[in-house]
Design a protein around this ligand. Sequence first.
Ligand SMILES: Nc1ncnc2c1ncn2[C@@H]1O[C@H](COP(=O)(O)OP(=O)(O)OP(=O)(O)O)[C@@H](O)[C@H]1O
Ligand SMILES: [Mg+2]
Length: 182
Amino acid sequence: MTIVYLTVGFPGSGKSTWSKAKAKQDNVVIINLDSIREMLKADYVSESKIESVVKKIAKDALHHCMDKGFNIIIDQTNLSAKTRAEWVGLVQAEDSSAKIVAVCFTEMDSKILLDRRMTNPRGYKRSKWAMIISNMKNYYTPVGSNEGFNETIMVDAQGNETGSSKKSSAAAAPAKSWGFVG
Ligand SMILES: Nc1ncnc2c1ncn2[C@@H]1O[C@H](COP(=O)(O)OP(=O)(O)OP(=O)(O)O)[C@@H](O)[C@H]1O
Ligand SMILES: [Mg+2]
């Protein structure tokens, strides 16, 4: 059965680190939208004309990787329910029996996120990253039990998986323990 993992976390929360470790497993591939941005512009940029292409490439990649039977990690922030719903819909359209897993990275205060992000600032100043993270807090919604995920995995600040809940479980609400602390 195909498994698609959707990372959910703020910049610097460890999504790509977790993804790279996971992709060492056979048959697991990563679709990282930042990597596509870097491919297109040789740098980390986010502008609307590029963004529309980035999403198309990512969706095509999902299609081709699912077609080949890979398990796939969609590595991006995925902080809004709307963005997550889009991916869940795409996966279900490709394969209604695919298992879709939300991988939720634990809350960390913004100083830690910024410290971590600044180890590779991608050409941005710390103040710019602070603004980006602050803006993301406005549209972040925790993963809810009605979003179509078959399982939710929690990852702590050290990158360890601390628990998971299946859809059928009554405890399928990481949302309660996963709010952003700014
Ligand atoms: N468990 C950890 N302990 C200490 N440092 C970590 C841990 N996980 C990641 N880092 C460091 O934090 C920085 C950011 O990690 P990573 O790139 O995985 O974040 P991200 O969630 O993918 O961020 P972004 O959304 O900006 O891509 C990296 O320098 C990484 O080495
Ligand atoms: Mg990343």
